[in-house]
Write a protein that binds this ligand. Sequence first.
Ligand code: HSE
Length: 437
Amino acid sequence: MRVINIGLLGFGTVGAGVAKLLFSNKEIISKRLGAELNLKSISDPDLTRDRGIIIPDGILTNDSLGVVADPDIDIIVELIGGVGIAKELVLKAIEAGKHIVTANKALIAMYGDVLRGKITEAKIDFAYEASVGGCMPVIKALRESLAANRINEITGILNGTCNYILSMITNEGLSFDMALRQAQDAGFAEADPSFDIEGKDTAHKLAILAGIAYGTGIDLADIHVEGITSITPMDIELAREMGYRIKLLAITKNHGDSVELRVHPTMIPKDNILSNVEGSLNAVSIDGDAVGNMLLYGHGAGMMPTASAILSDVIDVARNILSNSIGRIPTFAFQSDSMKKIQVLPMGEIKTCYYVRFAALDKPGVLSRISGALGDFGISIDWVHQRGRHHTESVPIVMLTHVAKEADFQKALAVISAMPEICQPPLLVRVEDDELL
Ligand code: HSE
């Protein structure tokens, strides 16, 4: 039986999962592949930590350059992450003609164009299913299953840490900090959790999905990104009273001549299927012109679910090696010479509904001045609520609007924020609800 050799760069949680799954499911994988996947080398700076698996002698090394240069290795699996040493090693491996499997979302989102050139030149396979949504086959869905569709819209919960924090505050009454600590302890938060809670991790994933959905390179700077740090338990409770849940969503909509790209906390109706994606789970809904709406749901992070996605890619690449069909599926879904720049709709041009909470002095006429300012910009209010006084200096005034253009809404907010009765900058959460349109 032919042997395909694998070199693994990075022996952290996911790396250990890959080794574990390769060893435990070796037989079933060989039966499906018709070849043996052999883990020839694993490189990591830490050679002593117990990962809970027995690694045969001679595999573990701290010489990552040696692994990349090893002529016997067919596929490099990069699980170091980030755009430092990982980028250097991936580029060297491509130059050495190795096929690449990686979970590195930052690398692809930030250096997709550079990679595309190198991959085409080297005629290698480059697979990255684990970079978005862990075990969910969302890259495969967009690159292969939906290849006959025009993609109209993608909406996803793509960060387990944020979803876990929002779920724990909503369902268990946990504090933000406590929920974040639990996400860190469970191992799905990034090394620097600001990447999670500020929405950057989700933006990287959205850039990858939108790029392959539309056949374009996405500039991260074109994505509007807001994290979840300004959301308070009060907003979550008010959302619940109005029949909504708050989720950090990645949203892209295809308008033909332009696309929307945004990541922000979003209120969605409680019976929307995405409202019921709880804890660290991820889900992504894809609207294609032929399929209509379809949903993928599953573990977006974690040792074994991510290892499953990595090995699925390894098996795909190995199949291409065995059948001499490297490059059969274009890395970024479209043929390189068919990729084009697509205009991104400026955030001010998007249209959605808004939840807004003001902290205002409890004086006669304040409410009417606020609603008057919204009316001046053509913004219609669906629902308004003023909370009790609680003997505090300011009271929360909460409003839900019908659909409005973001630029108009921001102009109205600027006018309202300048009113002497407004004590703090207003908090807005965009609302995606067809009933309010
Ligand atoms: N930090 C990420 C998350 C890990 O919380 O979803 C998976 O990319």
